[in-house]
Design a protein around this ligand. Structure first.
Ligand code: HEM
Ligand SMILES: [Ca+2]
Ligand SMILES: [Ca+2]
Length: 300
């Protein structure tokens, strides 16, 4: 199992090194916190929280198109480089990924959490494991529940962890399924769960022939602060992804969405619990796995 302050004796500055790296990277590039928070989700849902998402090469998770818009890898690599100087061979990439996501939330004004450490790095990373384990924006509530249940997460965890979309941004392609091209080549809204004005705004920002690199903020208004605005936007029918809007539309989750929209403190409390569960999925500990020297390759 994992332990609080696992590196207390072996590398007392480990958490500080990660926090400082995340802080300085985020101050020069404000898109960093969102990337780091998304990265831990994509790591933990595939092979558990074992930094499998970090491995580079043909056929790895990272090479799968489903992971094509992930980022933040260099921040993890640079924290790891520093850790290898101070405490060689001691701190796993899996812990760095989890700690960096924890720090990304704190830096953007979210709850400050203690999380246990001691995760070991995996040796397996296969592109074919990405799509079956990562939720697509087009999934129904039942499909999302199935994946969350398989990870030991509840319906409440789904509502809470989707709150990560309070920060960051998304490419136009991530929500283009909510629109349809008409015969004149113009986009029209086909998803009636979306507020019309918001939909118009999205269509303007994502013109039909726009470049693939255009992004839209996840949480209009406060996309760089970790707050409960995301839930207020959901209530106002301004969820960006179909998978966000569904949380309001499904009667099993609507009440919780409304609670979080009205009570940020309650969201923060729940976040602490759900984030701990997320970052404990399928962890390798003890003699399992390894402590990678470089996060992008397994040890020789
Ligand atoms: C429940 C199902 C989920 C779906 C369908 C989903 C889908 C997506 C998609 C499509 C994007 C945009 C990617 C892009 O186009 O660049 C995104 C962004 C993001 N997701 Fe999720 N996500 C889900 C859950 C989560 C969870 C559990 C977390 C973390 C705890 C998370 C954290 C993020 C963050 C922080 C971003 C912004 C990334 C950035 O700014 O680069 N998501 N998500
Ligand atoms: Ca993993
Ligand atoms: Ca926000």
């Amino acid at each position: 199992s994992l332990f609080f302050n696992f590196y207390g004796a072996s590398c007392p500055t480990a958490e500080l090194i990660v926090a400082n790296t995340v802080r300085s990277a985020s101050s020069s590039d404000p898109t960093v916190p969102g990337k780091l928070l998304r990265l831990v989700f994509h790591d933990c849902f595939v092979e558990g929280c074992d930094a499998s998402v970090m491995l580079q090469g043909n056929g790895t998770e990272r090479s799968d198109p489903g992971n094509g818009s992930l980022g933040g890898f260099q921040v993890i690599d640079s924290a790891k480089r520093m850790l290898e100087i101070f405490c060689p061979g001691t701190v796993s990439c899996a812990d760095v990924v989890a700690l960096a996501a924890r720090d990304a939330v704190a830096i953007t004004g979210g709850p400050e959490l203690q999380i246990p450490t001691g995760r070991r790095d995996g040796r397996v990373s296969a592109a074919a494991n990405v799509r079956p384990n990562i939720i697509d924006t087009s999934f129904t509530m039942n499909e999302m529940i199935n994946i969350f249940t398989a990870k030991g997460l509840s319906l409440e965890d789904l509502v809470v962890l989707s709150g990560a979309h309070t920060i960051g941004s998304a490419h136009c392609s991530a929500f283009s399924d909510r629109f349809q091209l008409d015969s004149k080549g113009k986009r029209t809204l086909i998803d009636s769960s979306l507020d019309r004005n918001y939909a118009d705004e999205l269509m303007q920002r994502c013109p039909v022939h726009a470049s693939d690199s255009i992004t839209v903020v996840n949480d209009p208004g406060t996309s760089s602060s970790f707050d409960n605005q995301y839930y207020q936007n959901l209530v106002a029918h301004k969820g960006l992804f179909q998978s966000d809007s569904v949380l309001l539309d499904d009667k099993r989750t609507r009440a919780l969405v409304e609670d979080f929209a009205n009570d940020q403190e309650r969201f923060f409390q729940s976040w602490g619990q759900s984030f701990l569960k997320l970052t404990s999925i399928g962890v390798k500990t003890g003699e399992e796995g390894e402590i990678r020297q470089f996060c992008s390759v397994t040890n020789g």
